[in-house]
Design a protein around this ligand. Structure first.
Ligand code: GDG
Length: 491
């Protein structure tokens, strides 16, 4: 935290993200309730804002009761100890539909994740995407108190905004972080507005990805579709007289402080087993995801099914709990995925279940952070089987929850997290036998081996926490700012 404060002391920090860090809704009694959304991005970026103050600009999407919250478009947050301002941009239904559901989530999301879902590109969505990027860029410009603020742009919703801000504030330090993968140039090339997207992103001073692999894919994509000068060693792109530094900054979590309200592992184990009506020695697996087709939920259930097939001794003694928070539920692709997942669970439960025994327990609703911690603590194995994932914070959250240094993580090789968490059981989620074997291996792994693996992963996640993610990015930014100041003096 010290690192953050030191580097940006005196500078104005502006964050832009689609998701708001706090949701204000009206209660039945007429008061206002404040909630935190379920989002890895919010957790990570809030750590920066708590330390730096400044303004966070976001879409007031979750704050549904417009009448009450319209007045709350400049809100001091966090509510308990305000340190920065939340500035809401209100979008019309048409804008939200085209920009968020359409272009961002039916176009860019499948385009960047190789998960074999075909991206949909509509000109009308693109028009809204351009319009909304302009609206947020205007908000940044309006909120800027100096000609050189530090602007932190989050994710694939705002690919055009860096250029728009750069044009109005040439001296701003614009750091854009891309939270999802960047595909190879061939795949990216199908986007009808590929040049515009790349041009927009190159308005950034620094552009960050989770892994070197995604960074390299980006450099190759730019090389293929724009006239630029690329220095692969320095990882810089010169374009139209400006330079963008492209880096990898693997995101992480805030290592949790000891929470006196959270029961110890033994209590969580006992409570969860009692709640789902299984005996104390019943084995549990856990999965926590937004209900999204990139997360490999279907493949995970196939692995559970295959494991039960191959290990009849596990039938009746093992349950897989899947927490699936609803996400983007108005889109067709998500609705049919939801149906597919539910049908599969029913089929597997019919095949292996009997009496009170339920092999897969699907909890398709949002859970509080506290509840997630309890499930992580109560389970023998956590399965993260994404078909493609920028990082995956759930893998790190499971590790952080295991203060007993036990538990096994089964982790897809296609997550950014797999580059750091070598002691997990790394699998190819498309290879169902491999998933089944890893699950079984996790369930019967000797405690000594579990501890050895978990200890080492805990040390790594604790050290490379979200403050280091933010700190590295901001340190690079402050070096560039320092260099610019020196250059200006020389000029
Ligand atoms: C994107 C990238 C990258 C989930 N269900 C509930 C809940 N969650 C929380 C998890 C975790 C977060 O949501 C999900 O983060 P992930 O990293 O797993 O995935 P995405 O949402 O796809 O995030 C990803 C991330 O951005 C950060 O850069 O790692 O690759 O796709 O924190 O715990 N939280 C609560 N209730 C739920 O039901 N409270």
């Amino acid at each position: 935290r010290g690192l953050l404060e030191a580097d940006l002391a005196g500078d104005q920090v502006l964050v832009v993200s689609n998701r708001e860090p706090y949701i204000h809704t009206k209660t039945e009694e007429g008061g206002i309730k404040v909630q935190r959304p379920a989002s890895g991005l919010v957790t990570a970026v809030e750590a920066v804002m708590r330390a730096c103050s400044g303004t966070w600009i976001a879409h007031g999407a979750g704050s549904a009761d417009r009448e009450t919250v319209d007045k709350l478009d400049h809100v001091p947050v966090p509510p308990d100890n305000p340190s920065y301002t939340l500035r809401r941009v209100w979008l019309t239904e048409e804008e939200e539909q085209g920009y968020y559901y359409g272009f961002a989530n039916e176009g860019m999301w499948p385009l960047c994740h190789i998960a074999h879902v075909r991206p949909v590109f509509r000109s009308s969505d693109w028009d809204q995407y351009v319009k909304v990027n302009r609206r947020f860029a205007d908000a940044v410009i309006a909120e800027a108190k100096t000609d050189n603020p530090v602007v932190l742009v989050q994710d694939y919703h705002f690919a055009l905004l860096p250029r728009m801000v750069r044009e109005a504030l040439p001296k701003a330090t614009i750091i854009t972080f891309w939270h999802i993968p960047w595909p190879n140039s061939e795949s990216f090339g199908i986007c009808p507005w590929r040049e515009e997207i790349l041009d927009g992103l190159l308005g950034s001073t620094i552009l960050g990805f989770h892994t070197p692999f995604h960074r390299k894919n980006f450099l190759e994509t730019v090389d293929r579709y724009l006239e630029t000068r690329i220095e692969p060693e320095a990882s810089t792109i010169s374009y139209g007289g400006e330079m963008t530094q492209v880096e990898d900054y693997p995101i992480s979590i805030a290592w949790p402080d000891e929470d006196p309200n959270l029961p110890d592992v033994a209590t969580c184990r006992a409570e969860i087993r009692a709640a789902i009506g299984v005996p104390a020695d019943h084995l549990l697996g856990i999965g926590v995801d937004r209900l999204d087709y990139t997360k490999g939920i279907v493949e995970r259930f196939q692995a559970v099914e295959r494991m039960l097939e191959q290990q009849p001794g596990m039938v009746g003694h093992f349950t897989f709990i899947q927490i699936a928070a609803p996400s983007r539920a108005s889109l067709d692709e998500y609705q049919s995925f939801d149906t597919r997942v539910r049908k599969m669970v029913e089929r597997i439960n019919r095949r292996f279940g009997s009496g009170d025994y339920v092999p897969i327990l699907l909890k398709a609703e949002h859970h509080g952070q506290d509840a997630l911690q309890r499930f992580f603590r109560a389970s023998e194995v956590c399965m993260v089987t994404s078909l493609h994932d920028g990082m995956n914070l759930v893998a790190k959250e499971f590790i952080a929850a295991r203060e007993d240094e036990m538990g096994v993580l089964v982790l897809s090789q296609f997550t950014g997290a797999a580059r750091e968490l070598h002691e997990a059981l790394i699998i190819n989620p498309y290879h169902i036998e491999q998933g089944a074997e890893a699950l079984y291996r996790g369930l019967v792994m000797p405690p000594v081996e579990q501890r050895e693996r978990m200890k080492s992963m805990r040390a790594r996640v604790k050290h490379f926490n979200v403050y280091r993610w933010a700190g590295r990015m901001l340190l690079d930014a402050s070096r560039l700012r320092q260099r610019d100041k020196v250059m200006t003096k020389i000029d």
